[in-house]
Design a protein around this ligand. Sequence first.
Ligand code: PMP
Length: 421
Amino acid sequence: MSFDSAAFKQQFPLFSHPENAQLVYLDNAATTQRPQCVIDAMSDFYSRYNANTHRSSHRLARAATSMVELVRGQAADFLNARSRDEIIFTRGATEGLNLLAQSLGKTLNPGDQIVLSAAEHHANLVPWQMVAEQYQLQLRFLPDVLGEPQLGQLPHMLSDKTRVVALSAASNALGFRVAVEWVKPLLPEHCLLVVDASQRLAHEELDVQALQCDFLVGSAHKFYGPTGIGLLYGRAESLHGLPPWQGGGEMIANVSLTGSDYALAPHRFEAGTSSLAAIAGLGACLTFLQSQDRQAMATYESHLTRYLHSELTRLTETMPLKLLTTHRNNVGIAALVCRPESSLSVSDMAHWLDEHDIAVRVGHHCAQPLMEGLGLSGSLRISLAAYNDRADVDALIQALEKLPFDADALARPPSAEGEWV
Ligand code: PMP
């Protein structure tokens, strides 16, 4: 098999919509687009077998329940989990990380340590800050070089108090991969490894057994699936005995007025009604991804990432711009800032690109400590997916080449204060 980006793109109806004829979509790290099969699966759920799951015994409820459990099995295969009971459906990576922080937090003692990096998305920082305050835990941060966490320093940070190491497998702001597969063998036996795989799952196959992680989270909307649904993998041994986070229907074994016993995983962690149509869409998305040659797709994306960086480097030679990223070991993200002599800001640039129907993102990318460490308030982020091609990169470069680096020549966008940097 091989990978045909043009044929891949044809599966995404948004790009053939008349309103989007000129669109160049380069904001994939925020969310990807969805193929028709995902949209169809969601609509099919609502129009053919909508019912609540695991509760009623009628035909529609049975169909909905078996769809959910089938998709759980597909997700287990997708991540190479040993059992579908190791897959918990969440609303997304943020909910998965909140669940972990709250559930694990209850098992920790005051003074226990959690190791993170300063490059984390706020979703893998703020929930830990909240439980650290709640249970008097200590947060420690891996040293970094230009934002990249130095895993080589990890052994020096570990002690018998270190109970959790939680790291992103790739930076959402700068695109570098973090070699999380090296981490588990370094950790003491009682220390759990949490991997935030949000920015990796669209770009390559991940194998939770090879990563040796205890937990891994991701959001379907970042790998061509629906919004409102995410995956939390938990190694059976690590899930065993873990207290639930939210209480309610579905997560119990037995309830009385004096107390409740909880169901086993995964249901223990799935209180209430899940986003069922989104689970149907996720199932279609996993089938769609598994029908691709993922290796060829990854090679295509890495060539395109290299091309993007070589074109942006060329641009920085003549324009007052600085490129913060390199193509090496990068999940398809380039980040630009304006040099001090420029009269423009990255927000001006994003506005200019939007006028040319080129979608990028500007800001701190929910990684404020990383940006502050680099002495920046924000950057312009260009993020690729497998449906992008060289023509998209060329359109971006041509638009940037035409950028009037004279602030007065540019109409500025009306925007809320603080939204633009
Ligand atoms: N972690 C990383 C690395 C991310 O890039 C994101 C989304 N930008 C998240 C977590 C949170 O994902 P979501 O908003 O889908 O929950």
